[in-house]
Design a protein around this ligand. Structure first.
Ligand code: BGC
Length: 834
């Protein structure tokens, strides 16, 4: 057995614990009991290696060296990752490289672009989360990284949050299961995981300042469960959130960082800030923060000064150094022979990316078996939409990965349809614009491909003339510093607020050839408009082009799509919504003119399947005009193959919603309640309490468009024979699942538990207690037992500041979504001693 294999298995056994050194030196896997004993000893601070080595280092480090371990710096190697902490070579402490992100390793090099985490969660399959983590763990190590800045386990609370695709969903239990297994996968490969963003960072709007007010019970019963699970799974690091929690910045909240994280949960790793999320030196360190990222504004010279003038006791610095070195030790990074870095395994990454995209593909709507495409429907197809040709791989912001490869869905569909099939394509909605005719500009220039040499400046002053009043979208594509474009003296592309300015890589912000893209839509009057463009070549020189979309080009694109739809037997229309970190959405409607496109195409051909490459919930006023809707999220580099496989029925759509889809912008937990979202006067109240997600729809009697847990199969299933056993520590719920259809397929059986009559609290009508993804051949059946654990049966008692079991007679329901529950019974939960 190779070192790396033994290391992996040992780390896996103890959830990323401390036995690396033993395995690496003996070259054999330590037996499980030995690993556990070593782990326990180290946790208690008595380990022969761990504690001593770290203690001896802490004694030998100078104050300068110690503080250098507590903050980020510039990486001399420049691998393109987000963070770097220099080591202390004189004492054999290596540097740490810290890379994003949630759907693959974000560095300057190529990596496997996995489907977005929300798609992973849709598979309701913790074992798949472990495989997903393993791919990232191995690649992170192979690409020179030591720490992964992921997973993100914040709950989906509002459908508008820009990072909903980066996280798992709205249910605390599912999020906890996903985060634990993903962490085990990542750390099993020797990469340190960082769970983020602790805590209540559930939106991007005002994320750097908003003061989130949530009561203790709400926090423990909803958002905190995933973080607690991450500790139990052995995560090496935590990342603090930007926002405030109950009046205090999360990165300096003693309540979060010390009382809950360390005292209650027993976390022994280190806590870093989110990027530039620190606000103080003394208060942050005292509260329990260990590392500032990505620089040393507060934990650099300011911290040294604070020690020298006595405002920070040196033991607090030692404590943080110990936590960081302790994790490094655990991962073998302080050994004389540090673990060898593996090579990338792109083929393994590709296989997992494909499996996850198929497993998370969620069929929301399917009228009279429109899908899978068969017969003529599979041979005479019009593909419509920008992401039908140009694959939508991953979301923007720090989750963006440079994929190894990414095929076009159009090519995948054409190949799968086979020889003799007729597959046509129409753009339908133009993301990147068309050339501005030379005659519209005077003096006339070619705005299509300007090149400015390094160190040079290029300026144009002229006139843009319209023959009639129109609405134009002016689209600038550029490779260097964004050119300044002024129309009638007004700057068209001002700096975006916050980090949104710096992030690119998403679908809408990057052209197919890699140039950055920005848009400005304006109503223009007939006649001449003063146009001024100025572009700088910078160090490298740059290429840019100015394009446009007008009412006429838009109408022509829609007409062409309708024509293509009319001429084909079936239509596959790709719709997109491009979410990114740093910005929330302002509506759950599809952006641009896609609703009109869908109306035109479905009017031309009702046998239309809409593929959604979207981040989170979408409203669908057009739903009933379509034949099928397939939610593919941001499906990663193998999205095209997975989409084709599901469309043609090569696999069953395996995904189920991990968030409720509201009917529209007026019917969801945040609607009409700005104090709840996005906050007023800098404060936001989690006044829905424990009723996050489907719990709110149940409590308020609001019908969602599609409920939590929803997703269709190509076959049918029957559930029968419900039996419940157990009463105190947990409950075992058994039932039989039968595939009653004519093809093999997947069902995700979901168990929900009702409120306890003995708790005088506002409780959810039902909560997810467990689930099981079941794959069955036609006609096959299986007896399934799902365990509902004690935590799910408990509520947070604010008087005792602890969990209390919800005793008494409680409903147990089983079905295929939070709103489709075919089996129901009750069971009595007994308290300890009764
Ligand atoms: C994000 C983090 C990310 C960090 C480093 C921040 O803006 O909120 O999630 O890990 O940047 O890229």
């Amino acid at each position: 057995m190779s070192d790396s294999v033994s290391r992996r298995s040992v780390l896996g056994l103890v959830g990323g614990a401390i036995t690396v050194a033993a395995a690496a030196t003996t070259g054999a896997a330590a037996p499980a009991h030995a690993a556990r004993a070593a782990h326990a000893a180290a946790r208690a601070g008595q380990g022969p290696g761990a504690g001593h080595r770290v203690e001896s280092l802490v004694r030998r480090l100078t104050l300068d060296e110690k503080t250098s371990l507590l903050h980020g710096a510039t990486d001399p190697k420049g691998l393109g990752q987000a963070g770097y902490v220099p080591g202390v070579p004189r004492l054999g402490i290596p540097p740490l490289r810290l890379a994003d992100g949630p759907a693959g390793v974000r560095v300057a090099a190529r990596a496997t672009a996995l489907p977005a985490p929300v798609m992973l969660a849709a598979a309701f399959d913790p074992a798949l989360a472990r495989r997903y983590g393993r791919v990232i763990g191995r690649e992170g190590r192979a690409l020179g990284q030591d720490v992964l800045l992921s997973p993100m386990v914040n709950l989906i609370r509002t459908p508008y949050a820009g990072r909903n695709f980066e996280t798992f969903g709205e249910d605390p239990l599912l999020a906890a299961d996903m985060v634990s297994e993903e962490i085990r996968g990542i750390q099993g490969e020797g990469l340190i995981a960082t769970v983020k963003h602790f805590a209540l960072n559930n939106q991007e709007k005002d994320r750097e300042s908003v003061d989130v007010r949530a009561d203790e019970r709400t926090m423990h019963e909803t958002e905190l469960r995933g973080f607690e699970a991450a500790v139990a799974a052995g995560t090496g690091a935590f990342m603090g959130a930007y926002n405030k929690v109950n009046g205090v910045f999360a990165c300096e909240s003693k309540a979060l960082l010390s009382d809950i994280l360390r005292e209650r949960w027993g976390f022994e790793g280190w806590v870093m800030t989110d990027w530039f999320a620190q606000h103080s030196t003394v208060a942050a360190l005292a509260a329990g923060l260990d590392m500032e990222m990505p620089d040393g504004s507060y934990f650099g010279s300011a911290l040294k000064k604070a020690v020298r003038n006595g405002s920070v006791p040196e033991w607090q610095i030692d404590r943080s150094v110990r936590r960081i070195l302790g994790v490094m030790e655990r991962f073998g990074l302080l050994d004389a022979h540090v673990p060898a870095r593996p090579r990338r395994d792109p083929e393994a990454g590709r296989a997992v990316a494909l499996d996850v995209a198929k497993a998370g593909a969620t069929l929301l709507w399917n009228v009279r078996g429109a899908l899978p495409l068969e017969g003529r429907a599979a041979r005479d197809i019009a593909v419509v939409g920008p992401t039908g040709r140009h694959p939508f791989v991953s979301g923007g912001g720090s989750a963006h990965v440079i994929p190894d490869r990414a095929a076009s869905p159009l090519d995948a569909i054409t190949a799968r349809a086979g020889r003799g099939a007729d597959v046509t394509y129409a753009l339908g909605e133009d993301l990147y614009g068309k050339a501005i005719p030379r005659r519209a500009l005077s003096p006339g220039i070619d705005a299509e491909g300007q090149r400015v040499a390094a160190g040079k400046k290029w300026t144009y002053e002229g006139k843009l003339t319209l023959d009639e009043p129109d609405e134009w979208t002016l689209v600038i594509h550029y490779s260097g510093e964004r050119p300044t474009v002024e129309l009638d003296g007004k700057e068209l592309y001002p700096k975006l607020p916050g980090v949104a300015e710096y992030f690119s890589g998403g679908l809408v912000s990057t052209a197919p050839d890699g140039l950055n893209v920005r848009r400005a839509t304006l109503k223009l009057t007939r006649g001449g408009h003063r146009l001024r463009i100025s572009a700088k070549g910078g160090d490298q020189g740059q290429t840019f082009r100015l394009r446009r979309v007008t009412r006429a080009t838009r109408a022509a694109d829609v007409a062409e799509a309708a024509r293509a739809a009319r001429g084909a037997h079936s239509v596959v229309l790709f719709a997109y919504e491009d979410a990114t970190e740093g910005q929330d959405r302002t509506t759950i409607a599809l952006p641009g003119h896609q609703e009109a496109l869908i109306r035109a195409v479905t009017a031309a051909n009702p046998r239309t399947t809409v593929i959604l490459n979207t981040s989170s919930a979408t409203s669908m006023p057009w739903l009933r005009r379509t034949a099928a809707v397939l939610q593919m999220y941001y499906p990663g580099q193998e999205g095209a193959a997975a989409t084709a496989a599901v469309l043609f029925g090569d696999c069953d759509p395996g995904g189920r919603l991990t968030q409720s889809f509201p009917v529209d912008d007026d019917h969801h937990p945040m609607a009409g309640n700005p104090r709840r979202y996005p906050g007023t006067g800098g404060v936001e109240e989690y006044s829905e309490g424990v009723h996050v997600g489907y719990r709110w729809y149940d409590a308020e009697g609001v019908r969602p468009l599609f409920p939590f847990g929803h997703g269709l199969s190509y076959t049918t299933f029957a559930y029968e024979g419900l039996a419940v056993r157990g009463a105190g520590r947990h409950v075992d719920v058994s039932f039989t699942v039968r595939n009653t259809g004519r093809r093999a397929g997947i069902t995700v059986a979901q168990v929900y538990v009702g409120p306890s009559p003995d708790l005088d609290l506002s409780q959810a009508e039902r909560v997810l207690g467990g689930y099981r993804r079941v794959e069955l051949r036609a006609g096959a059946w299986r007896r399934v037992t799902v365990r509902v654990d004690r935590r799910t049966l408990s509520a947070w008692d604010v008087k005792r500041h602890d969990w209390v079991l919800g005793t008494g007679r409680r409903t147990v329901q089983v079905g295929t979504s939070a709103r489709d529950l075919t089996l129901s019974t009750t069971t009595v939960i007994k308290g300890a001693g009764s």
